[in-house]
Design a protein. Structure first.
Length: 696
């Protein structure tokens, strides 16, 4: 998770007045240079301006494909979503009603309209455009924001997710007014976790699902009904949940959703449950109460007779590979399907004929779309190389958003003759670019087990020459490097700057079996480090063009943790280090981050329960052995790895007189999402690594 920063207006003048402090230049608002790098590769500016294709949705008759394209408003330093369609004749076009922004665009059940979220009216509400996208009409005008929605199959009911105060749930204006009043408060008090989910302080609201009746024109009529009345829980989860966490039955009479209801204990367990509630009103019934691990992603079968979901096998084990469950529609008679399949499924949906289900999962450095037979449990990969980032199926049509290391996402149709392209976004932007392919390699890692990695030659590679190398280390730690196109840590940015790149899916990475993923538990700092050391040796031996004497190691989040650990335990190969949002003091992190039960999973308990284990694998234990120059980057709104971790790293470097630089972004979280800020962040990394690996 990347970060290169610029100080915003107001902070610049102060920074320039302080000794030893310089303000990063804010990139000019003019459109960035569209040309490739000197080596013919991808530049940060080019990547930031690319169109981002996602979220394909087939029309009810299967003839048209609705999808989202996110473009960059460079002057506004933000992304803007628009609805596009692939017409029946294969032509693609942007829908004019997208002006003002579009998110979560969905077909109406009869295909005559498109519903979507937009803030064009001043708050996030549901809007509706005609099927040709010529004009938009506001559907909801609620006192609070709509964060997600679903339409019933009869087109007469709309399910909306609304953040409300529990004692105000029956009166949405009450939630609006209290939120305004609370904003003026100078003191806030808390009696339970979580205090700071992801990048904002908890304001006391809960996300509840409400049912709204629609009139004959498809507009909201009457008052919304709280389908989670009395429940102290969120659906979808906040702040990053989406409409995949709740689903309507085909007849629109029942809603299945996932949530937590453990009260004060909620922060210390990942035990989500699946509930089913009548849309007409009535109590929600917990259909997974017997499982203490997370149950999630509920989906009704096309005939409405069955309910499927994904069930974790163990409570508080991050990286636990869930099992597919299928039950009657009311949750009874549940049975496990493909119970031995351990590839970390997600994005569950039924195949249109109801005989199988689709799911996305990592496998051997790819993210594939799989098909699971609902009776036999037989699992078949539908896609091969690359990343399936989203999909939809209607009738016999299957459309996938597909990407690879050497190209951004496009829509493809999967048929008997293999994938057929439907879109060509960014064709002009990528024409002529040298985008080296990721070369798959395997070596013997910890315990003699095979470990997979990737090597990239630099753009403009010339046989016989040697090149500096960047070792990029993934975060998570249970989050794989997959053959896909990233808008944060994209290896092509570094190949375009003339670097070779090495990336390794060390022990702990999903996609290689549950035992491989579990192996990192209580072993954050030894088994993955051994893999990284052996992977580096293997990559250098197999690629004589790599100059191992000109190399830097980079990482973010857990990758930043590993960079800090490398600084004390394996610093000999490196000319420099780059640490974004990395961990300095593991015990302090586990007590301050937004996931209160993370230490329970990764270290089998709290820091005071296993102090020696925490000390053994905490980078600050080895600070006395640090010596290599380090770039430290962190955002103030990062509550996953709070900024104090980066400040501690920088302080330790400075106190020892080690060359170091701290890059601060006041308004970004664990990720860097604003395009101009992101480009500045990337340039900071490129400047640091280029200077320290320059030929002497």
């Amino acid at each position: 998770m990347p970060i290169r920063m610029s100080l915003l207006a107001g902070a610049t003048a102060l920074a320039l007045c302080l000794p030893g402090v310089s303000a990063l230049a804010q990139t000019a608002p003019e459109a960035p240079d569209p040309r490739p790098t000197a080596a013919g590769g991808l530049s940060p500016q080019q990547l930031a301006m690319m169109e981002r294709v996602s979220d394909p949705r087939l029309s009810p008759d299967g003839r048209r494909v609705l999808y989202n394209v996110r473009t960059t408003d460079w002057a506004g330093n933000k992304g803007v979503g628009a609805a596009w369609v692939v017409e029946a004749d294969g032509a693609t076009r942007r829908l004019p009603a997208s002006d003002g922004g579009v998110g979560s665009a969905r077909w109406s059940p009869d295909g005559t309209a498109i519903y979507f979220l937009s803030t064009r009216g001043g708050s996030s509400q549901v809007w509706r455009m005609d099927a040709q996208g010529q004009a938009a009409t506001q559907v909801t005008s609620l006192p609070v924001d709509v964060t997600a929605f679903r339409l019933a199959a009869d087109g007469r009911t709309l399910i909306v997710a609304l953040p409300v105060f529990l004692d105000c749930a029956a009166d949405l204006a009450c939630s609006r007014d209290r939120l305004k009043a609370n904003a003026a408060a100078t003191v806030r008090t808390y009696d339970r976790q979580m205090l700071r989910p992801w990048d904002s302080w908890n304001d006391g609201r809960r996300s509840h699902l409400f049912a709204l009746d629609l009139n004959g024109s498809g507009l909201a009529a009457g008052q919304p009904r709280d389908l989670m009345a009395g429940m102290d829980g969120d659906a979808p989860s906040r702040p990053l949940g989406d409409d995949g966490e709740f689903n309507l039955s085909p007849d629109g009479t029942r809603l299945a959703f996932q949530t937590q209801t453990q009260g004060r204990a909620e922060a210390y367990t990942n035990n989500t449950d699946v509930f089913v509630v009548p849309v007409a009103g009535g109590p929600a019934v917990n259909v997974t109460q017997g499982n203490a691990a997370p149950d999630f992603n509920p989906v009704f079968s096309p005939d409405g007779r069955r309910l499927a979901w994904l069930a974790g096998r163990r409570e508080n084990v991050f990286g636990d590979q869930p099992v597919l469950m299928i039950a009657d529609a009311d949750g009874s008679d549940a049975r496990a399907v493909a119970a031995d399949w351990d590839r970390g499924a997600g994005g569950l949906r039924w195949r249109p004929d109801g005989r199988a289900l689709y799911a996305l999962a990592a496998e051997d450095g790819q993210q594939k779309l799989f098909e699971i037979d609902a009776r036999s449990g037989a699992v078949r990969a539908v896609t091969g190389r690359g990343t399936a980032a989203g999909f939809d199926a209607v009738g016999d049509r299957l459309v996938v958003a597909h990407e690879t290391f050497d190209g951004p996402a496009q829509l493809v149709e999967i048929g008997r003759d293999g994938p057929q392209p439907l879109t060509r976004h960014n064709a002009e932007a990528t024409a002529g670019l040298d985008l080296p392919k990721g070369e798959h390699f395997t070596f013997s890692g910890w315990n003699g087990e095979p470990v997979q990695g990737w090597v990239f030659k630099p753009a403009g590679y010339v046989e016989g020459r040697t090149y500096p190398v960047l070792y990029v280390i993934h975060g998570g730690p249970k989050s794989p490097f997959s053959d896909g196109w990233s808008y944060r840590w994209n290896p092509q940015i570094y190949t375009g700057a003339g670097f070779g790149v090495v990336m390794v899916n060390f022990h702990g990475t999903p996609g290689f079996g549950q035992a491989f993923t579990d192996s990192i538990n209580e072993h954050w700092g030894d088994r993955p480090l051994e893999d990284l050391q052996k992977g580096w040796t293997a990559a250098l031996a197999a690629n004589p063009w790599m100059d191992g004497e000109r190399a830097c190691a980079l990482g973010a989040s857990y990758g930043g943790y590993m960079v800090n650990l490398i600084a004390g335990k394996w610093n000999a190969p490196w000319d420099c280090l780059v640490n974004h949002a990395g961990v300095f003091d593991v015990g302090q992190l586990m007590n301050a981050m937004d996931i209160a039960n993370f230490g329970t999973s990764e270290f089998s308990g709290a820091s005071w329960e296993h102090p020696e284990l925490y000390r053994q694998f905490s980078p600050n234990t080895y600070v006395a052995d640090w010596s290599k120059p380090m770039l430290v980057l962190h955002g103030s709104r990062d509550f996953r790895v709070p900024i104090e971790q980066g400040l501690g790293t920088f302080s330790a470097l400075q106190r020892q007189g080690i060359e170091s630089r701290f890059v601060h972004v006041p308004d970004e979280n664990h990720w860097v999402l604003k395009p101009r800020t992101w480009v500045d962040w990337q340039q900071e990394i490129l400047d640091w690594t280029t200077r320290h690996t320059a030929a002497q």
